[in-house]
Design a protein around this ligand. Structure first.
Ligand code: SF4
Length: 372
């Protein structure tokens, strides 16, 4: 099994918290999609396993005109694909768009950035939609026949309090989506929110507030039957994201587009963040756009720890041993011993995992396990 990630680096405007590589304009979008197709053709032989998941993310992929999206989809290997996701923003989900996705494309999953169901919070972080518009967008997708929908929320937002967080989460749960992703707001350097905090215009949620929001999230989703399968991800039975689960379990994937990352099972690569250069590049197997991430064994081991311990399944010690050797496993288990004893980690057979109530502050455990 393998996956393809495709990065669409265009948005209608820039959200105040966002540090993803994206431009708030759509110039050269046709040339960009042509370059994506060229890059795919130049890397078609890179992974021999069948492509089972495709994920078009961004940026805002729902910004693509249908004919342009069609052109891209037609170039992709669809024969073995079981999960095909597109990220979308509520303001793009017209009846035409959702009918088109449902009836004329192989896309069978939509991941929607909602972030909050409180208009003042949405406005402050620069979202272009209202709470009501987000609800209507979800209803439209369902009416068109798209049943597999994921909704994103953010907690720890400025202006947010426990009451408004409960309102946002309750509203999302009332929509009965198959999948929910909830992230703690992170203030990234260079974003508008970061500057606002620096000037004292907004305050960051305290650690105890963040833990309280997270605790409410975990308890509420569990009560509604969602499986908490990764720090930020919850799914109804049978609806875990196959594509993202692949990232956390070491499945190879090819990342197409500027700022996209790839992993062939051993080596990581990344495409530099530059739309102009990406479009101008002549994509051939001999001259790829990507740069190899020169990781040493120790860094690869740390990556393995960081990705696998984000999930409820945790780390497979047999896989870890086969890949990184017995000595590393012995040292890892020795470092993990006191966390297992305190109940913050669990060792079940050959699976090592972090207890759910510690996920939000899992960095404090992981720091003891990684090699420095
Ligand atoms: S729509 Fe998404 S990618 Fe675009 S600016 Fe907002 S958060 Fe970032």
């Amino acid at each position: 099994m393998a996956g393809i990630y495709i990065h669409i680096p265009y948005c209608h405007s820039k959200c105040a918290y966002c540090d993803f590589y994206s431009m708030p304009r759509t110039e050269h979008i046709e040339q960009y999609v042509t370059a994506l197709i060229d890059e795919w053709h130049s890397r078609i032989n890179e992974i021999s396993e069948p492509i089972e998941t495709i994920y078009i993310g961004g940026g805002t992929p729902s910004i693509l005109p249908p004919a342009t999206l069609d052109r891209l989809i037609r170039a992709l290997p669809l024969n073995n694909v079981t999960e095909f996701t597109i990220e979308a923003n509520p303001e793009d989900i017209t009846k035409e768009f959702s009918d088109y996705i449902a009836r004329q494309t192989p896309i069978n999953r939509v991941s929607m950035g909602i972030q909050s169901f409180v208009d003042d919070e949405l406005k402050l972080i620069g979202r272009r939609h209202s709470a009501v518009e987000a609800i209507k967008a979800i209803e439209r997708l369902k009416q068109s026949g798209i049943g597999n929908i994921s909704g994103d929320l953010i907690y720890g937002l400025p202006l947010q309090n426990m009451e408004t967080w409960q309102h946002s989460l309750d509203t999302l749960l009332s929509l009965n989506l198959t999948h929910i992703s909830c992230y703690l707001l992170s203030y990234e350097q260079g974003t508008r929110l970061y500057a606002m905090r620096l000037k004292g215009k907004i305050t960051e949620a305290s650690e105890s507030e963040a833990v309280a929001y997270y605790d409410f999230l975990c308890r509420t989703c569990a009560a509604r039957g969602y499986e908490h399968y990764e720090i930020s991800n919850f799914a109804q039975t049978g609806y875990r994201s196959k594509h993202n689960s692949g990232y956390w379990s070491g499945v190879p994937y090819i990342g197409l587009g500027t700022a996209a990352h790839s992993f062939d099972g051993l080596v990581r690569r990344y495409n530099p963040s530059n739309i102009k250069e990406y479009i101008a590049h002549k994509h051939t197997p001999e001259k790829p756009f990507f740069v190899i991430d020169e990781e040493n064994e120790s860094q690869r081991f740390n990556d393995f720890i960081l990705t696998s311990l984000r999930t409820s399944r945790g780390m497979d010690l047999d896989v870890c041993e086969r890949t990184f050797g017995t000595k590393r496993i012995e040292e890892l288990l020795s470092s993990a011993a006191r966390h297992i004893k305190s109940g913050n980690m669990q060792l079940s057979g050959r699976q090592l995992s972090i207890s759910e109530n510690m996920w939000l502050i899992s960095d404090s455990i992981i720091i003891d396990l990684i090699e420095v």
